[in-house]
Write a protein that binds this ligand. Structure first.
Ligand SMILES: [Zn+2]
Length: 239
């Protein structure tokens, strides 16, 4: 049944930009603050199958460690959240009012489009932690997965009529971020190993025991080590 998850469709746009933090004050005087975000100002995008097209998308996401890498990721794979999926102009915001039964306004809610950078970086670091705990067989993996049990579910199960089989069961993540987390958890539950490069820290797949993600990283690691040893030797000769 789980392969239905591969049918998850997402949209990527041609243009994104980072917007700085902003605040809004609603009619009733409440102040709303929003951090840096990545928004798209494109009107339409292309649909694709992130999980089918990129079976190791979670590794690329776990390698996101700063704003620029996050922007690069979004440019390649699309926004991460529903809020990021809403095309917008650079400084937009929407408000909606929560009304009571008698029609009086209870409060006003401010909504801004865009992926919140802080939140997305935290999620990428969560993915890297899960991979690290799994690679090191750390007991912290168990604790982190336990925490997931109390959070809102990463997907819903949709039941649809199917012309051939009568019924279709589809697991539907709400956004790319949830889909990536599901892909990561599924790979771990299937015993797939991911390794952390000893030189650059990126996550990669290779046979057990490999220490580097590429020949380049292997060379730069050994060059740096040799340089250090030569410097230490020189210091000994000088003293
Ligand atoms: Zn590397």
């Amino acid at each position: 049944m789980f392969h239905r998850l591969l049918e998850f469709v997402w949209t990527r746009y041609s243009h994104y930009e980072i917007v700085e933090p902003c605040t809004f004050t609603t009619g009733d005087g409440e102040r709303w603050e929003f951090g840096r975000r990545i928004i798209t100002i494109a009107k339409s995008g292309d649909e694709y199958y992130p999980l089918k097209d990129y079976p190791y998308l979670y590794r690329a996401f776990a390698n996101v460690r700063n704003d620029q890498l996050l922007l690069d990721f979004v440019k390649l794979y699309g926004p991460l959240t529903d809020e990021g999926l809403t095309p917008s102009s650079p400084k937009p915001h929407f408000t909606s009012s929560v009304l009571m039964l008698d029609g009086r306004k209870l409060n006003e809610v401010v909504y801004v489009p865009g992926d919140q950078i802080d939140r997305c970086l935290k999620e990428a670091s969560w993915c890297a932690h899960i991979l690290r705990y799994h690679a090191k067989k750390s007991p912290q993996l168990h604790a982190s997965i336990k925490e997931l049990e109390v959070r809102p579910s990463l997907c819903t199960l949709e039941i649809e009529a199917d012309p051939v089989n009568g019924v279709r069961m589809v697991l539907e993540p709400k956004c790319l971020l949830d889909a990536i987390k599901l892909q990561l958890l599924e790979s771990i539950s299937n015993g797939v190993n991911t390794f952390e490069c000893a030189a650059c820290g990126d996550w990669f797949s290779k046979k057990s025991g490999a220490k580097f993600c590429s020949e380049k990283c292997k060379d730069s690691y050994h060059n740096a080590k040799n340089k250090k040893q030569r410097a230490a030797k020189l210091n000994v000769l000088r003293s």
